[in-house]
Design a protein around this ligand. Structure first.
Ligand SMILES: Nc1ncnc2c1ncn2[C@@H]1O[C@H](COP(=O)(O)OP(=O)(O)OP(=O)(O)O)[C@@H](O)[C@H]1O
Length: 247
């Protein structure tokens, strides 16, 4: 993408320090045991408050996916405490972590991971199978989520008949279906041409303005500049608002 002015005025305003954190890292770190051990994410603090739009940038292998896996409750830190919506996740059993993840976090990935032979609506409905949305409410929830990403007219379309941008919007609808408080997006524009990438970024900004907390991981400095705050990760160490020369 080409450079763009940052950040968008459409983002939600910066929350005051009295707004509760959605993500709170207290000296969170993760070392893969190996051998040899790999210190993929070095102990650090981070607070992301409700309604923020932050971007996370860094070179390949710097620890961005490790950060996402911790924040998304897919991996457990080996040091420190991670609080999600004020809940100390280190104290949870596996089933409790899974439930918390399903209720509070929506994931959006670079590869859309849609089932090609299921309609947009079915793809969104399937995401609710393991959650606590009653079966009879799922079709309406799916239609509502698809309308939110401006695909209300394509609920019966198959992903194979959609553009990359539309597929990513279905994936975002799927992430929204459980009405999460946090959207974790891993390179959501990485597979899109610049027009579709811009549409997806604007959609994420609109969702943020409606109250959803967005954390967006990217290699792309122009995309990173769209966040109100940017976290840079280098060699597993987080820093904030550092100018990144090349990723
Ligand atoms: N399961 C694992 N076991 C051991 N080391 C790992 C494992 N997963 C990742 N690593 C290492 O941890 C470090 C951080 O990896 P990570 O995938 O978080 O980087 P990244 O910034 O997401 O990279 P990319 O942009 O290429 O996806 C790298 O040195 C990587 O080789």
């Amino acid at each position: 993408m080409t450079a763009s002015p940052a950040p968008s005025p459409d983002l939600a305003p910066s929350p005051s320090p009295s707004v509760p954190p959605v993500i709170e890292f207290r000296q969170v770190g993760l070392t893969y045991p190996g051998p040899p051990p790999v210190e993929a994410f070095r102990p650090g603090d981070l607070v992301v408050r409700k309604g923020e739009f932050i971007t996370v940038v860094g070179p390949s292998g710097s620890g961005k996916s490790t950060f996402l896996n911790i924040a998304g409750l897919l991996d457990t830190p080996t040091t420190g405490s991670f609080l999600l919506d004020g809940i100390d996740t280190g104290r949870l059993k596996d089933t409790q972590r899974t439930t918390l993840r399903g209720r509070r976090i929506g994931f959006v990935f670079q590869a859309f991971h849609l089932l090609p032979h299921r309609s947009a609506r079915e793809n969104v409905e399937l995401a609710m199978v393991y959650g606590d949305v009653p079966r009879r409410e799922r079709p309406e929830r799916a239609r509502e989520a698809l309308a939110r990403v401006r695909l209300g007219h394509r609920t019966d379309a198959l992903p194979t008949r959609m553009s990359g941008g539309e597929r990513q919007r279905v994936a975002i609808a799927r992430a929204l279906a459980a009405r999460p408080s946090l959207l974790l997006c891993d390179e959501p524009t990485g597979n899109l041409d610049s027009g579709n990438a811009e549409a997806v970024l604007q959609l994420l900004e609109t969702l943020n303005a409606e109250g959803i907390t967005v954390v967006l991981i990217t290699h792309d400095l122009a995309v990173a500049a769209r966040g109100r705050r940017t976290i840079t990760i280098r060699d597993g160490t987080m820093s904030e608002n550092e100018q990144v020369a090349a990723c």
